[in-house]
Design a protein around this ligand. Structure first.
Ligand SMILES: Cc1ncc(COP(=O)(O)O)c(C=O)c1O
Length: 386
């Protein structure tokens, strides 16, 4: 049986990462990778998180399983960070990163009878794979014009209007990957209307809270939608805003009427139990330690402020540049680490081969990967190809 398996193509991003590693040029620029980089190009452990980790090592006196739901205090604190007082309307379960939370949520939807997930595109390339793995049908709804760098609300709403009762719609809460183009207040309001009108269940992916305009600001639109709909799911990742990528910090939150919450929680527990049984503890325990301790929390917030400031400064520097076919000023107004440039495959290849500049095949750049020292070279390479 195993002998009959076909070889699958690797993730295209891994191919780019490998090409970058193999490139001998000393001045090559990596804008492909999806992790935060500081001004010197490093992805350091946040000091507050490091402090929490040391404290944990000193004080933790057992490594027995955490419960089926995971670290309950972590879930409470992370939920309050995402939803404020509305957190009490959600049931929650710890997950294996934001990806694991997406999968748990989609499995729950399927268990509840859902068949289709509407996916505004372009989106994170792993979304289609997770939807398929949960054996749900994906319905793509194009919603962004890359050439103009603008959200096309009419197209989004026209796509959403084709929803059938019980469909879900997967939306990114903030700092869109790969577009950087976040939904504005009026978009969220229109989507809430559409969800109510068509019986759509919103599923929000919140992976970059604090990377855009601020911890509260980044979730204002999502909260406005969540307040209006009776049912919703939210997958939260702690990979980026706590810098805990490899520790797989995440959680799924499900909003449901009070009478349905026990059933939702028990289904989530059953899905998790049959999948990985118990969640990992370390990263979640670090986050609980940071969020539950006022001085550590304040230190973490100011580190997150510095991350955001670095991204914003890089975006502002890009905005001051002029490249014929790219509306640079709009890219600067976008949020979070990513933007998708209006470049053809030939232009992407030319940037890579002639200039040593690496981005994804879909022209997504990680703005945080652009060091100040590389800015001029990046812009002149863009001017040369675009
Ligand atoms: C949009 C989006 N959602 C979810 C995730 C999942 O993050 P993780 O599984 O590492 O927590 C990512 C990570 O890149 C992402 O960009």
């Amino acid at each position: 049986m195993i002998a009959d398996l076909c070889v699958r193509l690797p993730d295209p991003l891994l191919k780019i990462i490998q090409m970058f590693r193999d490139d001998p040029r000393g001045d090559k620029i990596d804008l492909g990778v999806g992790v935060y980089r500081d001004a010197s190009g490093n992805t350091p452990i946040m000091a507050a998180v490091q402090h929490a980790a040391s404290r944990l090592i000193e004080t933790q006196d057992t490594k027995t399983y955490v419960g089926q739901q995971g670290n309950v205090e972590f879930l409470r604190l992370l939920g309050e960070l995402a939803f404020g007082p509305m957190a009490r309307d959600f049931v929650s379960i710890q997950a294996v990163g934001g990806t694991g939370a997406l999968r748990l949520g989609l499995d729950l939807l399927r268990e509840a009878g859902a068949k289709r997930v509407l996916l505004p595109t372009p989106s994170w390339p792993n979304h289609p794979a997770i939807i398929a793995a949960a054996r749900l049908e994906r319905v793509e709804v194009p919603f962004f014009d890359v050439a103009d760098q603008r959200i096309d609300l009419e197209r989004l709403l026209a796509g959403v209007a084709k929803a059938e009762l019980g469909d879900a719609v997967l939306l990114q809460a903030c700092c869109h990957n790969p577009l950087g183009a976040d939904l504005a207040g009026e978009h969220w309001a229109a989507l809430a209307e559409a969800a109510l009108a068509h019986g759509l269940v919103p599923f929000l992916d919140l992976a970059y809270q604090g990377f855009g305009d601020g911890i509260e600001e980044d979730v204002a639109g999502a909260r406005a939608l969540l307040e209006r709909v009776p049912e919703a799911l939210v997958a939260v990742s702690g990979a980026k805003n706590f810098g805990l990528y490899r520790e797989r910090v995440g959680a799924l939150y499900v909003k449901a009427p009070a009478a349905a919450r026990q059933a939702a929680a028990s289904n989530l527990a059953a899905i998790a139990r049959a999948n990985y049984s118990m969640p990992p503890d370390y990263g979640a325990a670090c986050v609980r330690e940071v969020l539950g301790d006022a001085p550590l929390r304040a230190a973490w917030k100011s580190e997150l402020d510095a991350i955001r400031a670095h991204i914003k400064n890089t975006r502002a520097a890009l905005a001051r540049e002029r490249v014929n076919s790219i509306p640079m000023h709009l890219i600067a107004a976008q949020k979070g680490m990513f933007s998708t440039l209006p470049l053809s495959s030939e232009q992407i290849v030319a940037l890579r081969e002639s200039h040593g500049i690496y981005m994804t095949d879909a022209a997504r750049i990680n703005v945080a990967g652009l060091r100040e020292a590389d800015m001029a070279r990046f812009v002149s390479a863009l001017q040369a190809v675009a």
